[in-house]
Design a protein around this ligand. Structure first.
Ligand SMILES: O=C(O)CCC(=O)C(=O)O
Ligand SMILES: [Fe+2]
Length: 274
């Protein structure tokens, strides 16, 4: 199979309009996520309840754990103008997959650029599935015997401390979110494809290796997956809806300018395994 360079499967609003979604459209979106890991819908204009219904069509919707929209427990509000400083934002600047430190982790993230004035910055993606496919057979086998620890208690506490979160709050979150073990090579719960499941924000170590071996192998793997061939930058335009598969991609927020309005609505579904 020849892998194309990484970019989202894109639908214009004439092709798919979430205000008037046909059964076949949903199939196109689901097939698109399975085959491309990233689907972009252009020039959409939807209400919060439409976003929630659409998310429920894709899977089991998650409750928001931070920056909740005042009118919904399912919608996360990402905004940056004339708002009080958003302390958690800095965590998104590190390569991550959503909620990998919690079980179940997030499956699909649906991010809707509801309002943008000016250049809203970008979100960068790295295709961990395409990178896996380029490993040698020998390496695929070797890596598939390894497991990893994903933890809140890795980068989060240090980043939160910088933003003046109290020790009490941080230690409460540490107890709330104990470490979770995950295979290094993840089998996608829907498509069955495999990915090198990494996260600079949450992946603390490889269980079977000593500290040096673990950090050396992780360094090698980050260099390997962060090859430009597997990367894509989403330059946001108002009305964009991006749907990504956290089991196959990692992502990070690029420099989001603080002086322009950028209001995004975000929903997620959870990974369901049998
Ligand atoms: O703000 C961004 O560009 C991305 C934030 C993020 O990591 C997310 O929505 O999961
Ligand atoms: Fe994220």
């Amino acid at each position: 199979m020849i892998l194309q360079s990484f970019k989202p499967l894109t639908f214009e609003s004439e092709d798919i309009n979430l205000n008037n979604l046909h059964d076949n459209d949903l199939k196109k979106i689901k097939d698109g996520i399975n085959n491309y890991q990233l689907v972009l819908l252009k020039k959409q204009q939807i209400t919060m309840s439409q976003q929630i219904s659409f998310t429920k069509e894709l899977g089991k919707i998650e409750f928001v754990w931070e920056d909740k929209h005042p009118d919904s427990d399912y919608i996360q509000l990402l905004q940056n103008k004339l708002k009080k400083y958003k302390p958690f934002k800095s965590t998104s600047k590190h390569w991550h997959t959503d909620r990998s430190f919690i079980n179940p982790s997030s499956k699909y993230t649906i991010l809707y650029a509801k309002q943008i004035e000016g250049n809203a910055g970008g979100t960068e993606f790295c295709n961990l599935h395409q990178a896996y496919m380029k490993l040698s057979d020998e390496y695929k086998i070797k890596l598939s015997s390894l497991n990893t620890i994903h933890a809140f208690d890795y980068k989060f506490p240090e980043l939160m401390k910088k933003k003046l979160f109290s020790e009490e709050k941080i230690s409460a979150l540490k107890s709330k979110y104990p470490e979770v073990a995950r295979p290094l090579i993840k089998t996608n719960s829907v498509s069955g494809t495999k990915s090198i499941f990494l996260s600079e924000l949450c992946l603390k170590k490889i269980i079977e290796l000593n500290e040096d071996e673990s950090s050396n192998l992780l360094k090698y793997l980050y260099d390997f997956v962060l090859n430009p061939e597997y990367r894509y930058v989403q330059e946001w335009e108002e009305g964009d809806i991006l749907i990504w598969d956290n089991e196959s991609l990692m992502h990070r927020a690029l420099n989001t300018p603080l002086n322009i309005r950028r209001e995004f609505h975000r929903t997620t579904t959870m990974v369901i395994t049998n």
